[in-house]
Design a protein around this ligand. Sequence first.
Ligand SMILES: [Zn+2]
Length: 132
Amino acid sequence: MREQATDEHNDRIHICFICGLSLVQLDRDTDEGFVFHREHDHNIWYYVYFLIYLDNKDKSDLNGVESAIAEQVDNEELSWFPILKSLKIIKKQGKNNRSATDANKSEDLGLRMRLKYQAADESLKNLESLLT
Ligand SMILES: [Zn+2]
């Protein structure tokens, strides 16, 4: 009984609650390490606030990503959680596997995609404000 309680305590201290990655892996595979990851990348309160936000927002006001996650939450699905995934580890592993040129092309593409997404999001907001 005491051993089980100790294991659970160690898990709480050494494993990210959101993704399940360990302190050892996050300290080894990210520049910032486990503590930063747990406090910033996968802060449990960000997820709590996001779920409250989704619950309180009118379904018709949700954007595409929010709608998809809200639907999964309604169906009690957890696939939207980054289980055993961290963007920083994925990015770092990607950079190690590619040449600098490929990485730059990919980052350019990512930046262009983000800018297009932001422009589309702005257009949608403008359209919504015209319709309401
Ligand atoms: Zn995590």
